[in-house]
Design a protein around this ligand. Structure first.
Ligand code: A3P
Length: 285
């Protein structure tokens, strides 16, 4: 589901954006852990430029260091000149987008740029989205978490539908393993160090044994943890793109919080939907 303002931005990306071979993109539906992945990617790529105690993440929100194409760059609501100039970014440019694989501009698909895709259990994603948009949606039409759930079941998820979005990137990660690295939020929570090593390998910047011995990987994991990110002053105050409070990007960061909100019948309905949509794909949540 792409609302009209977002649709204009997507068209603008397709028309104007030209990918470079060195670009690295973070993709995934909103509220699947993209902010976390931004911190991890930024810190990993820049580990030789900035020691962690001088990280730009101490003074900038992750969203300000890894631009989102549709919100931060090709946002048609911006007055010109655009605030974020992609030409100013040194290689590798770290960028993000929520749009589906089908809708990506051809140059992203054709170039040697890489894509990190993150997905998450849909119930945790809907819940996270509900909290994120709570204030806006309530003002609009007394939205409840049940409404978010109904919309999800009908395929109405921002930048979704959910299953089609996930499955396209999942399929491409097998067809083009050097193009798409498919990550799950739950796996990252379970073993962040392992998946950070996979990420570093995938982008062509693997951690050396010496770095491992020095504890660099664990340091990055700890630095980017929600516990640490939430406590940074820079993430406590202020807004992004005029609307979104910086702190709203860091809520609980847990797996299975849906159980505190959704009923067994909702779970049953979701499981049925998952079975139907994911059958034969090898993907499960
Ligand atoms: P919850 O609302 O379930 O807590 P996105 O970054 O794609 O918008 O996703 C937001 C979700 O990721 C929120 O989930 C948020 O709390 C969680 N999150 C943000 N930073 C995180 C981190 N460093 N580690 C784990 N989860 C994080």
């Amino acid at each position: 589901m792409i609302n009209p303002p977002l649709f204009r931005n997507v068209l603008s990306i397709q028309k104007h954006f030209v990918a470079k071979d060195t670009d690295i993109f973070i993709t995934g539906l909103p509220k699947t852990g993209t902010t976390w992945l931004k911190s991890l990617l930024f810190t990993t790529v820049n580990r030789n430029n900035h020691p962690i105690d001088q990280s730009p993440l101490l003074t900038h929100h992750p969203q300000e260091l890894v631009y989102n194409l549709e919100s931060d760059v090709y946002n048609e609501a911006f007055v010109y000149p655009r605030p974020n100039n992609l030409n100013d970014l040194p290689p590798p440019r770290l960028l993000s987008t929520h749009i589906s694989y089908t809708s990506l501009p051809e140059s992203i698909k054709a170039s040697r740029s890489r894509i990190l895709y993150i997905c998450r259990n849909p119930l945790d994603m809907i819940l996270s989205m509900y909290y994120f948009f709570l204030e806006f949606e309530k003002k609009k039409k007394n939205y409840e978490d049940e409404d978010f759930f109904e919309d999800f079941c009908e395929g109405k998820v921002l930048c979704g539908p959910f299953f089609e979005h996930v499955l396209e990137y999942w399929k491409t990660s097998f067809e083009r393993p050097d193009k798409v690295l498919f990550l799950k939020y739950e796996d990252l929570k379970d073993d962040p160090k392992l998946h950070l090593m996979r990420l570093a390998e995938f982008i062509g910047m693997p951690f050396s044994l010496e770095e491992e011995d020095k504890g660099i990987i664990q340091q990055i994991v700890n630095f980017c943890s929600i516990k640490n990110m939430k406590e940074l002053d820079v993430n406590k105050k202020g807004v992004i793109n005029k609307f979104f409070e910086k702190k709203s990007y860091f809520r609980k960061g847990e797996v299975g919080d849906w159980a505190n909100h959704f009923s067994p019948s909702m779970l049953e309905r979701t499981n049925k939907l998952m079975q139907e949509k994911l059958e034969g794909s090898g993907l499960s949540f």
